[in-house]
Ligand binder design. Structure first.
Ligand code: ATR
Length: 282
């Protein structure tokens, strides 16, 4: 039997076991996927010992993604770019780390909007400059956009992101102060919220979308609630919206393939299952 884990601290709210458990059953595989709570002081030891505990690999979540980045022996190019690892596996005896939030976000955009959506997008505006923003920017950089503007409350963090990722690809990357968002909005055909604003228990992302183009696409990576106040405001203006749940589902695909050898599908039934769980816990 193949065993995989999700390691974090705390970990009890992770929905990854529900996603992978659904696929294991769906594809009739003899495997398991379990939650593992490991405190930061013990994470280095966990990285060394999970093989001897019988695990093929697993997912890494808060607060271990940077420690995993430093602790693996090899990294994929996208993990290298983001500076964080969320997926671990062993290949020819070597501990590998990947960052599947990058293809996860992009696969969700493609699935929601249809391939070729970038044709109409000249400037993308990314709100926030944390780990999630890095994954979003790294994904967008591989697409034929002209410019990605990163606006953050703490300007220096946006500048750090641009410095770290700016040399990849041909898309122009710019850091902006949060207060300058109204000036960027008229050019922004893709607007992505990567901040925690709008999440249950947090203040909403209060942005006047009146200046955004009428054909702008508005995406949020927050998925509790599924329709954030920001997405609701965008929908009220008739803008196309992309919710945050798909990124969570799509980022799970590459790990499942590595550990269990099957490329799983993100289906409406899986989405409904996770959505019911989110609704049930609110
Ligand atoms: P993650 O790894 O999930 O991206 P993070 O690294 O803590 O989480 O980043 C959170 C992001 O939300 C940051 O860009 C943060 O802005 P700061 O860098 O200025 O802290 C942003 N954020 C959180 N609360 C905010 C608020 N009230 N207004 C604006 N941005 C906020």
């Amino acid at each position: 039997m193949t065993k995989a884990f999700v390691v974090g601290h705390p970990i009890k709210h992770s929905r990854s076991p529900l996603i992978h458990g659904y696929w294991l059953k769906q594809y009739g595989l003899d495997g398991s996927y379990e939650r593992t709570d490991v405190a930061p002081v013990d994470f280095g030891e966990f990285l060394k010992s999970f093989r001897s505990l019988g695990f093929a690999g697993g997912n890494v979540t808060i607060p271990h993604k940077e420690a995993a980045f430093l602790g693996v022996e090899r990294r994929t190019a996208q993990a290298e770019r983001v500076g964080a690892v969320n997926t671990l596996w062993i290949e020819d005896g070597v501990l590998w780390g990947d960052n599947t939030d990058v293809p996860g976000f992009m696969a969700h955009l493609d699935a929601s909007l249809g391939t070729g959506w970038e044709r109409d997008v000249d400037t993308a505006l990314v709100l926030g400059a944390g780990g999630a923003a890095r994954a979003v920017v790294a994904g967008l950089q591989d697409r034929p956009l002209k410019r990605i503007v990163v606006a953050n409350r703490t300007l220096s963090k946006a500048e750090d992101l641009v410095r770290d990722l700016g040399s990849d690809g041909s898309v122009r990357l710019e850091a902006r102060a949060w207060e300058t968002i109204p000036q960027v909005l008229p050019q922004a055909r893709l607007i992505v919220n990567t901040t925690s604003l709008g999440m249950a228990g947090q203040p909403p992302l209060d942005l006047d979308l009146a200046r955004a183009p009428h054909d702008a696409i508005v995406a949020d990576i927050v998925y509790v609630p599924l329709q954030t106040p920001f997405l609701a405001a965008a929908a009220a203006r008739g803008l196309r919206t992309v919710d945050g749940l798909g990124m969570l589902l799509h980022q799970a695909v590459p790990g499942f393939r590595r550990w269990f050898g099957v490329t799983p599908e993100v289906t409406p039934a899986l989405r409904a299952l996770i959505l019911a769980d989110i609704e049930g816990h609110r």
